[in-house]
Design a protein around this ligand. Structure first.
Ligand code: HEC
Length: 351
């Protein structure tokens, strides 16, 4: 049986409401009637149920999504990728609050926007029964009549109430756009989800592409832990005072094998020419020009305190020159540790 699509134009609300009532009495459901107007009349005026509201649920849904994302960013992410910052709270409240605010606002807006478009049945994907006079103030009543007989009855109702225009067409020319809408919004939603998910999968290492995840190749150095990076070649060295009130200005370096090794190397450069290799007192320069140079592997050196050795190296003594300009405090302590190891006397501290 052929269905018909009818359109009647009326010039005022009261008449339209009466027409809608009479058409309904003919057995036509509200879902088969459409009222078009350039003024947003409430559905109640025509005795119709309020159509499904998309605006509020989408705005609230967007808000909930925003809260979830903010929770993920501010709470889950720091736990997936912990950064140790010496007792500092992992998720401080103020920045988290900003995240919650931002994501909630953003997704509430996005949800409201989509809800608004759905509410207005955007986009129009099929041909619609329409008359330009609706734009100029007429109210259009569109009816889907299930048979020719019903169609004739509706036309009669329209004419009884002096419809300005009555249009009738085969309803086959006006397919339902529900399916196309579903495809449109479903497709848009799916595309959006892919656009968001793919970068996230890469970011959170769920999908690992070696040419993107280069961070795993970097050396991880936690706070205050080695290895320390060497200073760049053009950096300006900063050196604190060597002595304060005549005493070493720094704590002694612990007596470690590494420290002794560095000390031995520095000793062979700075001290061995006078004090002899391994401090045996037979340095070339010492033997020739500084006959009073003592060996450093005997009792005399063993009797000296660590600080005393540090001060001799730094200040010099009698004809032994000060080496403060050649050696940093760290270098000097390394040499002290090495000298300690020569005489057999234990170091005072740091072992
Ligand atoms: C130019 C030669 C020369 C150089 C270089 C030199 N010394 Fe001496 N050193 C001496 C002489 C000379 C003495 C004896 C000073 C005195 O007691 O009159 C001495 C004494 C010492 C003493 C003993 C001080 C004491 O009171 O018994 C120590 C320890 C010492 N030097 C360590 C070093 C160290 C470590 C270096 C390298 C960083 C070094 N010296 C470099 C010539 C040198």
């Amino acid at each position: 049986m052929t269905k018909f699509m009818l359109l009647g134009l009326f010039d005022n609300v009261t008449t339209t409401a009466t027409v809608v009532g009479e058409v309904r009495d003919l057995g036509i459901k509200d879902s088969e009637m459409e009222i078009m107007s350039n003024i947003p009349y409430a559905s109640k005026i025509f005795g119709r149920k309020t159509p499904r509201q998309w605006f509020l649920p989408f705005a609230l849904g967007g808000m909930a999504v925003g809260v979830l994302i903010a929770f993920f960013m501010s709470y889950i992410t720091p736990r997936l990728y912990p950064i140790e910052v010496g007792g500092q709270g992992l998720t401080p409240v103020p920045p988290s609050a900003i995240m919650y605010f931002e994501f909630m606002a953003l997704f509430t807006m996005l949800g409201a926007f989509v809800g608004f478009l759905l509410q207005n049945r955007f986009p129009i994907l099929v041909r619609q029964m329409y008359d330009e006079r609706i734009t100029e103030g007429y109210i259009g009543v569109q009816v889907l009549a299930p048979s020719e007989a019903v169609m004739e009855q509706v036309v009669k109702v329209f004419e009884n109430h002096h419809a300005a225009v009555v249009k009738r067409e085969d309803a086959a020319g006006f397919p339902d756009q529900g399916m196309r809408h579903l495809l449109f919004w479903g497709g848009l939603g799916a595309a959006g989800l892919v656009a968001v998910l793919v970068p996230l999968l890469l970011t959170y290492d769920v999908v690992r592409l070696p040419w993107i995840n280069t961070m795993k190749d970097t050396v991880v150095v936690k706070a205050q832990e080695g290895p320390r990076r060497a200073a760049p070649p053009d950096a300006v060295p900063i050196q604190g005072p060597v002595l304060i009130a005549g005493q070493p200005a720094t704590e002694r370096l612990p007596d470690t094998p590494e420290s002794r090794e560095r000390g031995a190397a520095l000793f062979s450069i700075n001290c061995a020419m006078c004090h002899g290799p391994a401090g045996n007192g037979e340095g070339v320069v010492g033997l020739k020009h500084f006959p009073e140079t003592p060996p450093l592997d005997g009792e005399r050196a063993a009797a000296l305190s660590d600080d005393a050795i540090f001060l001799v190296i730094t200040n010099g003594k009698n004809r032994m020159p000060s080496l403060a300009e050649n050696l940093s405090p760290g270098d000097t302590w390394d040499i002290v540790n090495y000298v300690r190891s020569l005489g057999g006397a234990p170091a005072e501290a740091g072992q």
